[in-house]
Design a protein around this ligand. Sequence first.
Ligand code: SF4
Length: 290
Amino acid sequence: MPNDHYLYVPSLGKELQGCPPVSITGSYCALRCKHCNAKILERMVPAETPWKLVKVVEELHKRGAKSVLISGGSNQWGQVPFEEFVDAIKCIRGLGLRVYMHTGLVDEYRAQLLKEAGIDAALIDFTVEERVVREVLNLGVAPENFIDSVRNLVRFSVRVVPHIVIGVYRGEPSGEKRAVDALKSLNPDAVVLVVFTPLPNTPFGNCHPPPPTYVSEVLKYARYSLPNTPLSYGCMKPHRESYQLLEIEVIQLGFDGISFPSYSTVEYIINENIPFRVLQECCAYIAVQK
Ligand code: SF4
């Protein structure tokens, strides 16, 4: 099985493995968003049937996994098609594993199914920018569908952790502050901010990430606008030196979590005696531990 998320931190004496992502659609995605083109699915463990999902997760469990991230490509309506997997997810929960799930858009019926499945948190890429929905996500729905999805999950008491991809529109400002504003009244359990990072062999492969100054502006805006919401600086972000200072900045801003920090950030945390916990878990854990 692939083992992408791996970090060795000598000063902690720990070898860290992340929460392994599993795709219930294998490498298939009907949307093929321009920033991804289904490339992220290639790094996941395929489990296209409920039976295979249970077997794959049982194997991960035997190898010591405490949680799993169930993901997959979307259908043409922007939904990860998990409807047939509800019993399999219940079975995984029965093993004692925490289950995080990329859901895509969620209507009332799907929210109810997720409640029944007993997942620990639903993760949804969140935007209110029409050109992002239409031109980046290749979706023919109104941005209000993203707001409704979060609302439906909250209504059915499913923990929800929206993700905002800073600069997802070709690395340009992409309505991130309006997305933060919309989340203020929706009361999500946590919010994750990530940074558009061009992937090879995607339509946006030649674009650049948003400049660090812009990322910094959005991170500050999110922290000040959502003072009581757990915030995490998530997995997708450029790891170039010019972006590493942003990791220190989120710590100083009081973010609650940071995924795959660079070595210099780990050193900073240790040298400054900042209390921390190392978790081999999806960054949405900040919503679960509340
Ligand atoms: S829906 Fe998800 S998997 Fe499919 S292309 Fe978009 S980001 Fe990638």
